[in-house]
Design a protein around this ligand. Sequence first.
Ligand code: ADP
Ligand code: 5GP
Length: 211
Amino acid sequence: MSNSARGVLLVVSSPSGAGKTTLCRRLRAEFSNLTFSVSYTTRTPRPGEVDGRDYHFVDTETFQKMVARDEFAEYAMVHENLYGTAVAAIEEALAAGRDVLFDVDYQGGRMLRQRFGDEVVLVFILPPSLAELARRLRARGTDAPEVIERRLEVAREELRHYHEYDYLVMNDHLERAYDALRSIYVAQRHLRPRLEHLARAILDAHGPASS
Ligand code: ADP
Ligand code: 5GP
């Protein structure tokens, strides 16, 4: 991390149904300085999802035009739909001194790490088991049975990428998982390069050091 450290880029990934949307919503609600990176996707909205808040829902042609204009910091095909993170929104948030929260898959996390280096912290949410993941997806009731089956097939593949992450959070108990995610975020905010201007300001206020 450079001396002119910028905000935290917090990436949260998990197999679908492990609880990352629930955990990320809570983090956003608690920390007003944390901007959620609203992804672009070609998937159709689920009941209750709002365009511009949960995702920017676009057609494939619009998405491909954005790819051609190099507007994505990363994009990937996930569950047969395209998902992408716009560069402009990240840069705007960082320029305004804000932190950014990303809900992206392992391909997105990997690309963001390559592009932004150690400004990025990668967190993977683990479900207690694949059986519990299936139960949660069915209980959530937002996806058709065949979509759920497809997501479960992909879950095992996604879980195999846990080793690319800095932190693992087991979501067997929502309060404990939130406490862990929150702690990770707060700790990142306190990394020395992000706060050394505070130490320098104290020293500078007292003139040149005597020893
Ligand atoms: P994701 O964003 O990873 O697909 P969600 O946040 O939508 O997952 O969670 C999937 C479902 O599981 C939701 O109905 C949510 O309320 C529920 N859920 C999340 N965390 C827990 C938990 N610790 N215990 C039981 N149910 C949970
Ligand atoms: P869902 O359709 O359940 O909202 O998301 C499906 C998967 O796509 C999740 O793993 C989610 O993290 C991922 N995803 C959402 N937005 C993006 C994005 O902009 N880029 C990438 N690479 N993955 C994304």
